[in-house]
Design a protein around this ligand. Structure first.
Ligand code: BV8
Ligand code: ZN
Length: 247
């Protein structure tokens, strides 16, 4: 088994080095080793709520305080977390491949930014930004805990987390950037995501149809595992640094 994983890592390392346009689509699994619960894993619950029950415009309209208490709790967990070796490896791959490497993330925790990735598409927004529901002003806010729940804008409008909730369209700018990167990829890495949330997961199909080879790094299988040339069944924080060795 170990030989098979090592052989996979050696061949993926070679592909990573020679590919001209690499895309890495990341999900909550990349932040798991930083101590941040994934959405669908064991720790994904908060006060017995599922994320899908709280990360919606309807939940926010019904009870903005409850939704903000959930985000305030998550912001507390995230601010005490550090980027893990998986994040660091993705930042080093960008340093080595420059314009030939783009991270598209579903995560809102900001750990790819803190690790140093700059060619970064944040599909689902950023937990450290707020947006006013009245005037639309977007502001960076790193208060942990939040001083007032729910927070308000100087215009007196209610502030919301500047993230994309279920049932909401992705920002056109981010989505177009992601589609462009996926369509031109010759290697598409799917890292730490159950690939169940659309339209993000659809990027894998776009890349594969455009001819990209697919690599999956995940302890579990995903709906795209059959289409992957590499299926490295392990933790991102362990496998990604191995791709950098003897580069
Ligand atoms: C849209 C931001 C249309 C918020 C998130 C019915 C009703 C309504 C909508 C739908 C519906 N059916 C389908 C939909 C569409 C819906 C959707 O896809 N639903 C899913 C549940 C089926 N999508 C949407 O609603 C999207 N919008 O469709 O709009 C539209 C169009 C035009 C006009 C108006 C509307 C918006 C989706 C975005 C939702 N927001 N997050 C926040 O974070 O607070 S999604 C949320 O899920 C997170 O972003 C998360 O990243 C993402 C995906 O989950 P994963 O990252 O994959 O995490 P998960 O826990 O699932 O998996 C972790 C994986 O890691 C596992 O595989 C595990 O094995 C692995 N792992 C664990 N440890 C490790 C590891 N891997 C590596 N190393 C480890 N150590
Ligand atoms: Zn305002």
């Amino acid at each position: 088994m170990l030989d098979a994983i090592n052989a996979g890592i050696d061949s993926l390392r070679a592909a990573l080095r020679e590919s001209k346009a690499v895309v890495a689509l990341t999900g909550a699994g990349v932040s798991a080793e930083s101590g941040i619960p994934t959405f669908r894993g064991a720790g994904g619950l908060w006060r017995s709520f599922r994320p899908e029950q709280l990360a919606t415009p309807e939940a926010f309209a019904r009870d903005p305080r409850l939704v903000w208490e959930w985000y305030d709790w998550r912001r507390g967990v995230i601010c005490r977390a550090e980027p893990n070796p998986g994040h660091a490896a993705l930042a080093e791959i960008e340093r080595r491949k420059g314009g030939g490497f783009t991270v598209i993330t579903q995560n809102v925790d900001g750990l790819h930014d803190r690790a140093g990735n700059r060619r970064l598409v944040k599909l689902h927004g950023d937990i450290w930004r707020t947006r006013c529901v009245e005037c639309g002003t977007v502001t960076l806010n790193h208060d942990v805990p939040l001083t007032v729940i729910p927070p308000h804008c100087p215009c007196d409008g209610l502030l919301r987390p500047d993230v994309i909730w279920f049932g909401e369209a992705l920002s056109a700018l981010e989505w177009e950037g992601a589609v462009e990167a996926a369509r031109h990829a010759d290697l598409f890495m799917l890292i730490g995501t159950s690939a169940m949330v659309y339209p993000a997961a659809g990027l894998v199909e776009l890349g594969h149809e455009a001819g990209a080879r697919v690599a999956i790094i995940n302890p579990e299988t995903t709906p795209f595992s059959e289409r992957a040339q590499w299926r490295l069944e392990g933790a991102a924080g362990e496998i990604l640094p191995l791709l950098l060795e003897s580069w």
